[in-house]
Design a protein around this ligand. Structure first.
Ligand SMILES: Nc1ncnc2c1ncn2[C@@H]1O[C@H](COP(=O)(O)OP(=O)(O)OP(=O)(O)O)[C@@H](O)[C@H]1O
Length: 344
């Protein structure tokens, strides 16, 4: 393992990640060259439609599955070359997980406190009074101190997920991974569980990645990455700015993701609105790139001096205006703002 503190490597790094499943002789490409970087201490949500590859990504990052090709590194661990011993140590100490189903997070016959203590017991971290103190601290941190002596069946869904977060944090992991942690909760309870995760991220600085189909998650994180067909397609960054009157404004800005070799996915509605298909014309302008339909009969852009590689043009459009929905706008609570329809 590389010393994470000594490098500038992100805590989660996926480069051109591919996962191909073969079932009954048919190949399914669940991840098709996915790129993702999450810096140390960041909290990021990956959202996408059913079948877009979210769980596949999380299963690889948690060390339960291995990618077919590409790079997947978490806190300096190379997940493609790890042997089984390293994998066990990685799962016990480097990463913590929260899954959608309580049954996967907690043992039903143990109390909340015993579930947390068990995680430390298995990894042989902390003993005796130190262990008991850590149990109390984690239950306080996740806002369920009162649940300590109750079994999962005696807790609400939201309380169960908070206890699950405490269990995931028992061995002080560097990275917290959550797969649909609010999938079985109502909207209000989901919001409170996500806020608990945010509190943990801010308090402990643990790098946090949540994958979910729930678009409201983006209201609780600074960065939301959209995954589409096994690739990251767009990102929404949320920030707070002070306007000219000194008032704080929450701003959400959506970006397309550009990979190492310059590929990007155009948002679905852009493709539909301009009836783009098969190929497009591109023009390099001093401060932007223009994209026009490339099929026969489509309007051809003018040849600009800066567009050296473009074919001769028939007409000269105005400088391409920024397309709607792609620049800073006040964030609404029902984000993800202008995310492609099919990804919601
Ligand atoms: N073990 C497997 N064998 C074959 N195909 C699989 C396997 N696991 C996933 N897939 C396929 O890979 C694709 C991505 O699946 P994945 O479960 O990662 O999507 P998802 O975004 O998590 O979806 P959901 O939100 O419905 O859980 C789907 O087409 C799925 O059918």
């Amino acid at each position: 393992m590389i010393g994470v503190a000594e490098t500038t490597e992100p805590h989660i790094l996926c480069t051109d990640l591919v996962r191909i499943f073969t079932a009954d002789g048919v190949e399914v490409q669940a991840l098709q060259g996915l790129n993702l970087r999450v810096d140390q201490g960041e909290m990021v949500a990956v959202v996408g439609a059913s079948g877009s590859g979210k769980s596949t990504l999380l299963t690889i990052l948690s060390g339960l599955d291995t990618a077919t090709a590409g790079v997947a590194r978490v806190a300096g661990h190379d997940l493609l070359t790890m042997n089984s011993r390293e994998r066990v140590a990685y799962q016990r100490r480097t990463v913590g997980f929260v899954w959608q189903q309580t049954s996967r997070n907690l043992l039903p016959y143990l109390t909340a406190g015993e579930n947390i203590a068990l995680a430390m017991n298995v990894a042989r971290t902390r003993r005796g009074a130190e262990r008991a103190q850590r149990v109390d601290e984690l239950l306080e941190l996740t806002g369920v101190g009162e649940a300590r002596d109750r079994r999962p069946g005696e807790l609400s869904g939201g309380q169960q997920q908070r206890v699950a977060i405490a269990v995931a944090l028992a061995n002080a992991p560097l990275v917290l991974l959550a797969d649909e942690p609010t999938g079985e909760l109502d909207e209000t309870t989901s919001a409170s569980v996500l806020e608990a995760m945010r509190g943990v991220n801010e308090e402990l600085g643990v790098t946090t990645l949540i994958v979910t189909h729930d678009p409201t998650v983006s209201g609780h994180v600074r960065r939301t990455v959209q995954i589409r067909d096994g690739r990251t397609s767009t990102e929404v960054l949320r920030s707070t700015r002070v306007d000219e009157h000194g008032a704080e404004q929450h701003v959400a800005e959506e970006f397309a993701v550009l990979d190492r070799v310059g590929r990007l996915q155009l948002p679905h509605e852009f493709v539909q609105d301009l009836a783009l298909r098969d190929r497009v014309r591109l023009a390099l302008e001093p401060d932007h790139v223009g994209v026009w339909p490339g099929h026969e009969g489509a309007d051809v852009p003018s040849r600009r001096e800066s567009s050296a590689d473009m074919p001769p043009a028939a007409s000269a459009p105005d400088p391409a205006p920024p397309h709607r929905g792609r620049h800073a706008a006040p964030a609404s609570d029902d984000a993800p703002d202008s995310a492609p329809e099919e990804d919601r």
